[in-house]
Design a protein around this ligand. Structure first.
Ligand code: GUN
Ligand code: FE
Length: 462
């Protein structure tokens, strides 16, 4: 049992952050939060019965506990291409940068290198839950799932399906049967990592059915993946309405469908367990359909700007009652950090506000909600993660502010540390605000999933 003491911050609702300057959170052996004390309630003598011998983990110096981030959309195999996109847009970016790289993961040892680096990286940025696209390769995808299981990161891992001739011959499913058989094989493998947990819906790592996007798949393939979802109950992830050229292509390829969203709906892929990335240019009818089906949206602002896809209308999506989370979308996006994605979401909303008016602006509170509770709801875990409540899992990060990183120049024997008293005068709310705009992974000094320490930096102890 562990008691986490010190300030903590989490979202109460889309508009409201709770900032507790003096807190204590008791987490049991199973990683579940059993009590939360605030302010005057905090004290050794009031510790509940049975917690006398619990270990204490305190925030040292300035800082606070914050829920772990949920990345609702990213591509692990694209990690080596981070920052490379030139002036391409989606369709030529896929052919120029993405397919050649992804196809190279036919080499399992190459996949192991790339995936190990990426999972450690996302953890170091405080991502406790991550929705990963793999590639079409089953051994590589299964390795990714095993890695998340071993490192203790909550994850949804998908073997990518792409059987249409949009894909180059060197990187394409051999046919529908192959796509479905390989998907099934990967689902079974991932569930075998924790058979009991999978049965109860409590596994840390879960499979996710992954038709890349409509132009990559034939109708038959998507319909069979819809059937695979009904058979296995696995989640589904895909892309929707990211780029105007892509939307035109979908119209040409699927003339019998009334819209992009309708293509997925006809295949049985629009479900409560479906995560749709981007959703930049949805029509009113599509939004209504997605809302009715209960499908979720992953907002990927960095990627949408990098590939000049557009500024997704997040305020409108939220107002239509659709559940929204954030996605880094490596390597359309250039950062594996959800904190960076929070800033990008704020920025993009401000570009929308320049045309649509101030209501389009997202606040710091709102993006932090999307990064935690919103993402949790996207994967259906809103009762388990995303906030600090009794009965929820301890998926959390310790944020430290003003950790001074020394510098050293030639001839100096040790690190020279700067003066430390420049910061620390801010109100608690200002500290959070400054973390969102100027923080990075160095501020995330420790990360837990279900009570298990899954990442720490030297500065955690210092
Ligand atoms: N649409 C289809 N594949 C991809 C991908 O890998 N990244 C992004 N951003 N969009 C896609
Ligand atoms: Fe993507």
């Amino acid at each position: 049992k562990t008691i986490y003491t010190g300030p903590f911050v989490h979202s109460r609702s889309l508009k409201e952050l709770e900032i507790v300057e003096k807190g204590a959170i008791g987490v049991d052996e199973a990683g579940v939060i059993r009590f939360i004390e605030r302010g005057d309630e905090v004290g050794e003598e009031k510790r509940p019965e049975g917690w006398e011998d619990a270990e204490t983990v305190a925030v040292k110096g300035e800082g606070f506990f914050f829920p772990g981030f949920v990345d609702t959309h990213t591509h692990a195999p694209q990690h080596p291409n981070t920052g490379l996109f030139g002036k391409t847009t989606l369709l030529d970016w896929l052919q120029t940068y993405t397919f050649p790289l992804e196809s190279s993961l036919s080499s399992l040892s190459r996949a192991q290198h790339i995936y190990t680096n990426f999972v450690l990286r996302t953890l170091s940025h405080g991502t406790t839950t991550c929705c990963y696209y793999g590639t079409i390769h089953v051994p590589a995808t299964n390795f990714l799932a095993k890695l998340c299981h071993e490192r203790g990161q909550r994850a949804y891992v998908g073997r990518v399906c792409m059987n249409s001739d949009l894909s180059p011959e060197y990187y394409r499913d051999a046919g529908v049967d192959q796509a479905v058989k390989d998907s099934r094989e990967s689902i079974e493998y991932i569930r075998s990592l924790d058979p009991e947990g999978s049965k109860k819906g409590e596994a840390i790592v879960n499979p996710i059915i992954t038709p890349r996007f409509a132009p990559s798949c034939t109708s038959d393939c998507m319909a069979q993946l819809g059937a695979l979802h009904r058979e296995t109950g696995a989640h589904i992830q895909t892309h929707i309405s990211e780029n105007k050229g892509e939307i035109e292509l979908v119209k040409e390829l699927f003339p019998d469908s009334t819209s992009y969203a309708n293509v997925y709906d006809q295949a049985g892929l629009l479900t409560e367990k479906t995560i749709l990335a981007h959703a930049v240019h949805l029509t009113e009818e599509e939004k209504a359909l997605i809302k009715e089906r209960g499908s979720k949206i992953s907002h990927c602002p960095a990627s949408n700007t990098a590939l000049t896809s557009g500024c997704a209308p997040v305020r409108e999506l939220l107002e239509s009652g659709i559940i929204v989370g954030l996605g880094t979308d490596i390597s359309g996006g250039f950062s594996p950090s959800i904190l960076e994605e929070c800033r990008q979401a704020i920025w993009v909303s401000r570009f929308r506000a320049m045309n649509d008016g101030d209501d389009a602006k997202l606040s710091t509170e709102e993006v932090l909600y999307l990064a935690t509770r919103g993402g949790a709801a996207v994967v259906g875990l809103e009762d388990h993660i995303g906030g600090f409540e009794v009965g929820m899992d301890w998926d959390a990060q310790m944020v430290r502010l003003g950790v001074v990183h020394g510098g050293q120049k030639e001839g100096e024997e040790k690190l020279v540390e700067g003066p430390v008293d420049v910061f620390g005068w801010e109100s608690a709310a200002e500290k959070v605000e400054k973390w969102v705009y100027s923080g990075d992974d160095r501020n995330t000094v420790a990360v837990w999933v279900k009570g298990r320490l899954v990442h720490r930096k030297d500065s955690y102890e210092a």
